[in-house]
Design a protein. Structure first.
Length: 325
């Protein structure tokens, strides 16, 4: 069995409880809400965010089962952003099956995304923990800002690495950071431990998204469940392309600009971008950056004594950069 297989076998009881509460907390008397929620939530996703909440809470001393209920907050928020993202991007597929907006339409997808967002805050309020609610509120504000920032820079080949990281942090990594930080809060940690886990989550969140961006140009559609080079087709200029554009010739850059301006890039346009990313080390550069952030994340855990929860968090950081989907 692979190292990641061993890891997920070890935490399978936690995954099972997370899955149970995801469905248990989703009750609605509107059948369409249930249909779309099951479509986006069942049989897909790594449950990384709720697992991190549970593991960080336990690392900081929590021994109750209520953490599993609260962990749903982070998968619901993630699913809400996926529903909204697919509408904005006019996506046809999600995790290897038709995107919700292609089945039920944009309006239903947006409204059910709003339902999941509301459900997340309802669970947070029920926790009775004002600090948890405060972090969650700040996080969702940043996530909305990240989505708008990404929209502003659609098809913008002038996007630099700093702007790319701003989008990545605000849109994706901040939710993973919040799951870890609020897990520490729920576990009753002191301030240094809370901040260490917030930083751990931010760093593996950055590494996670960088690997996603890498796999968009490296992995097959069968592995990821997404169309190959989907980011470029949707106008997202990610780190592999940013690195290639930094060092390619003026003529090559103009060719990419022409491709980016097309409403629907041709297969030869996608091949051009693929070739440039490979030729100029975009994949290797992105992977090395992801590995740097993984190392930073693992260093954040030095404040904690050795134990099973700490080891799982160290192993999850490894999984984030080694995965193929």
């Amino acid at each position: 069995m692979s190292p990641s297989g061993e890891l997920f076998k070890q935490i399978q009881p936690d995954i099972d409880k997370v899955e149970f509460h995801l469905m248990e907390n989703l009750r609605s008397h509107i059948p369409l809400i249930g249909e779309i929620n099951r479509h986006i939530l069942v049989g897909g996703g790594k449950r990384l965010r709720p697992l991190l909440f549970v593991l960080c809470a336990r690392l900081c001393g929590d021994r109750g089962d209520r953490a599993y209920t609260l962990s749903s907050i982070y998968e619901y928020l993630h699913a809400a952003t996926l529903l909204h993202d697919d509408v904005i991007d006019k996506a046809a597929t999600r995790r290897g099956k038709p995107a919700a907006n292609t089945v039920w339409g944009n309006s239903a997808s947006v409204l059910v995304g709003d339902f999941l967002l509301s459900k997340s805050f309802s669970l947070a309020v029920e926790s009775g923990n004002l600090r948890l609610l405060e972090v969650l509120s700040q996080t969702t504000t940043q996530m909305a800002e990240g989505m708008v920032l990404e929209l502003i820079h659609t098809n913008n080949l002038e996007v630099d690495e700093e702007t790319y990281k701003d989008i990545l942090v605000n849109k994706t990594a901040i939710l993973i950071s919040a799951a870890c930080q609020t897990g520490a809060i729920w576990g009753g940690s002191a301030e240094p431990e809370e901040q260490a886990l917030a930083e751990y989550g931010l760093d593996i969140g950055i590494a996670f998204q960088m690997v996603d961006d890498l796999l968009d140009y490296e992995a097959s559609e069968q592995e990821t469940g997404k169309t190959v080079a989907n980011d470029f087709k949707e106008g997202k200029i990610t780190l592999p392309v940013i690195q290639a554009l930094r060092v390619c010739s003026s003529e090559e850059r103009r060719a990419v600009e022409r491709a980016a301006k097309k409403p629907e890039p041709e297969p030869e346009d996608i091949r051009l971008v693929f070739d440039l990313v490979s030729k100029y080390g975009g994949l290797e550069y992105t992977r090395n950056k992801a590995l740097d952030y993984k190392k930073q994340a693992q260093d954040c855990l030095k404040i904690f004594p050795a134990g099973p929860e700490k080891q799982v968090l160290l192993d999850l950081a490894d999984f984030v950069v080694e995965r193929r989907k």
